[in-house]
Design a protein around this ligand. Structure first.
Ligand code: AMP
Length: 371
């Protein structure tokens, strides 16, 4: 664990009153939707992002345009904000350490960030707290790769330890003899070798933990990927009470062990017999939780703001069945047709160029809960 994780972090004195200022590291769509939720609760938001005119910066009170390791910018952010959060898990650990040293309250904390940034630390942490995952082994060079393949077997999946997302930085090893080629494909970086999960469905659970330790879970989501990228989420997922209990037990263990404050997204594999394995978790609001914007009493964005601001958590009950579809790249061109569909709620991120695969927005299609 990094120094930042072991150093005792500053705490909030009590719930932040409206009019307080909230900082967000990262100016993408998640930051934008967090900023909108924060504004609705009466907070001012300051975004830190290196790019001018970021999607979040354009709806916030202010954006500081600077690199995440710009010490002067971090000082300005720490001075301006009563609490600071982040919208992506690859915030440099040193950024959080620096903000904490400046007396800022950063939530979720450094421990959650350290675990989520490194797949070996993440899976080791999950194993330590008794949360099931696929079998795995750490890989740092050709020798440890050979040892890992001997232990885990093939087929198996080689992933970079850090910075992989949306299926990037991954290569399947179908036979032991493919191992070297797979290592080459991922750029010979420090990696993790994972046993294949023979899953029937990919589910996720979004939950929040408040500053007083209160936990609230949303109903599970059923997620569908295309080319490694989330395309569609259906929620509440059709699951047995036992599956729901398993998911809630898992997320409660993670939140408690991390002494977590904020919303978390936990990605799950559902095996044939109903057992759940954790694939990974994201210490932030999550794409598979976007359905809550139109399907739940309090959505994941407001919930996150409530948690980090020290407010009571809101109710997570669903009031509609939602199918969330990401608008990737040119999908955005259908905005006019989508805006005309009465059961469709359109959420657009204000991004300029619709590059292939770029997340430009999403739609939530609603139907009554009882269907
Ligand atoms: P990740 O970047 O870890 O979220 O992985 C991206 C996608 O790859 C997941 O959503 C799964 O569809 C698939 N995947 C990841 N890990 C495994 C695994 N151990 N076994 C089978 N499929 C996997």
């Amino acid at each position: 664990m990094s120094d930042a994780a072991s150093r005792s972090a500053p705490l909030l004195a009590g719930p932040l009153p409206p009019g307080s200022t909230l900082g967000i590291l990262g100016g993408g769509q998640l930051g934008r939707m967090l900023a909108l939720a924060a504004a609705r609760l009466g907070f001012d938001v300051v975004i830190l992002d290196p790019e001018e005119n970021s999607p979040a910066g354009r709806v916030a009170a202010r954006q500081i345009v600077a690199a995440y390791d710009d010490r002067w910018a971090l000082k300005r952010l720490a001075e301006a904000c009563d609490v600071i959060t982040y919208e992506f898990e690859n915030v440099p650990a040193d950024t959080v350490a620096e903000l904490t040293a400046l007396g800022a309250v950063v939530s979720p904390g450094a421990k959650a960030l350290a675990a989520a940034q490194d797949r070996v630390i993440e899976k080791s942490f999950l194993a330590e707290i008794g949360v099931p995952t696929v079998a795995f082994a750490a890989v740092k060079d050709a020798d440890s790769l050979a040892a890992a393949v001997a232990r885990i077997g093939a087929p198996s999946l080689l992933k970079t330890r850090r910075e992989g997302y949306d299926g990037k930085g991954q290569a399947w090893i179908q036979r032991a003899t493919d191992a070297e080629a797979a290592f080459e494909t991922i750029g010979r970086q420090a990696a993790i070798l994972e046993a294949p999960a023979d899953f029937g469905r990919e589910l996720s659970v979004i939950a929040a933990r408040g500053r007083d330790g209160e936990i609230a879970c949303y109903p599970l989501s059923d997620n569908h990927h295309e080319g490694g990228v989330l395309k569609r989420t259906v929620a509440p997922a059709k699951v047995t009470p036992a599956t729901r209990d398993q998911a809630e037990t898992i997320v409660i263990k993670i939140l408690t062990a991390l002494d977590y404050v904020g919303v978390i997204g936990v990605e799950l594999f559902e095996l044939a017999g109903g057992k759940l394995l954790v694939n990974e978790f994201a210490p932030r609001v999550h794409n598979t939780g976007h359905w809550t914007q139109d399907g739940c009493e309090v959505d994941q964005f407001e919930q996150h703001i409530r948690a980090v601001a020290g407010w009571p958590l809101g109710p997570t009950q669903p009031h509609a069945h939602v199918e969330m579809t990401n608008l990737l790249g040119a999908d955005i061109e259908a905005w006019k047709k989508l805006a005309g569909e009465p059961e469709t709620r359109l959420h657009l991120y204000g991004k300029g160029e619709a590059r292939p695969g770029r997340k430009m927005g999403h739609v939530n299609r609603l139907r009554p809960l009882k269907d």
